[in-house]
Write a protein that binds this ligand. Structure first.
Ligand code: MLT
Length: 313
């Protein structure tokens, strides 16, 4: 009977495979998790909530959900979930840590190529009727140094893809051994060495109090004036005001940014600069990643609501 089924609240747009993988045993409800006036009342009956990155599952949201057993993040980052408040309330938190790593790595390479060859700017100009070949002359990636800050799953995938371009990869990650780095053909360096030597710098760290603002004014000072900076990881890792200043002052050559301190963001001051490429948090937005994330969290929700052990994904 429908009214006795546990309620699974889908708070953001997830792949159709998610609902299929949940199966017939739940009452599935949809809400707009970014809209608190919809989210909070919808949580009153929910046994599970499924989110991407736009829904803040904070202490207030958890308190509004007395029946909640599981919070499922269809993606990697858990910075929009208050894990402490969930634990205190006895609510399990699950994610899909490998679902979108290839998509995120590929978007990183896309941003790096866009910056090296000015593809978005040249496209915009040509569509506006301007044939400007010399204005959009770029640089090769071949023999350039790529600095990867955070050499976890995504950082390693980015390295493997960029090695095919004949680049040299420098990595900074206090948790990675030089043996592991050497095995992957990557040179482990200090953060200062990476900032000073790299032609392209890409950050792949989680968002924590220690990493917020990690690329700020001080870091931009240490970079080459020809360096490009890419962030498809988390908004806030790059200090947006400092980035704007560094770009305007010519301290770096350009930036490719997919994630923002506040999302959605549509009119940040650096959006107007010609040497900036921006995308609206698209790292995980591929059919493949969304299908994998949806199926993975749907399975975890099924297990959690059946009171079974949820294995690490
Ligand atoms: C992630 O953390 O996996 C992504 O940000 C997911 C998303 O785009 O929602």
């Amino acid at each position: 009977m429908t009214d006795t089924k546990p309620v699974v609240l889908i708070a953001e747009e997830l792949s159709p495979a998610t609902v299929a993988a949940l199966g017939p045993d739940f009452e599935i409800r949809q809400t707009d998790g970014a809209d608190r006036s919809q989210l909070l009342p919808a949580l009153a009956d929910a046994h599970a909530i499924l989110v991407r990155s736009a829904t803040q599952v904070d202490a207030e949201a958890i308190a509004a959900a007395p029946n909640l057993k599981v919070i499922a993040r269809a993606g990697v980052g858990l910075d929009n979930v208050d894990i402490k408040a969930a634990t205190q309330a006895g609510v399990m938190v699950v994610n899909a840590p490998t679902s979108n790593i290839i998509s995120a790595a590929e978007l990183t390479v896309g941003h790096i190529l866009s910056l090296a060859r000015h593809i978005p700017q040249a496209c915009g100009a040509l569509k506006a009727g301007e044939w400007k070949r010399s204005k959009y002359s770029g640089t090769e990636l071949f023999e350039k140094k790529i600095g990867i800050i955070g050499f976890g799953r995504i950082g390693a995938l980015v390295a493997a893809r960029l090695q095919a371009f004949g680049t040299e990869i420098l990595a900074y990650d206090p948790y990675v051994t030089s043996a592991r780095a050497a095995q992957l053909g990557v040179k482990l360096v200090t953060l200062d060495e990476l900032l000073a030597q790299s032609d392209f710098i890409t950050i792949h760290m989680p968002k924590t109090p220690e990493t917020v603002g990690m690329l700020g004014a001080e870091a931009f000072e240490k970079m080459k004036e020809t360096a490009y900076v890419v962030n498809v990881a988390r908004g806030g890792l790059v200090d947006e005001a400092a980035l704007h200043e560094a770009l305007v002052a010519g301290k770096i050559a350009g930036a490719g940014i997919d994630v923002f301190a506040k999302e959605p963001s549509t009119d940040l001051p650096f959006f107007g600069l010609d040497n900036v490429v921006v995308t609206p948090h698209l790292g995980a937005s591929t059919a493949e990643a969304q299908e994998k994330a949806g199926i993975s969290v749907a399975k975890s929700v099924r297990l959690a609501l059946a009171g079974e052990l949820v294995p690490d994904a």
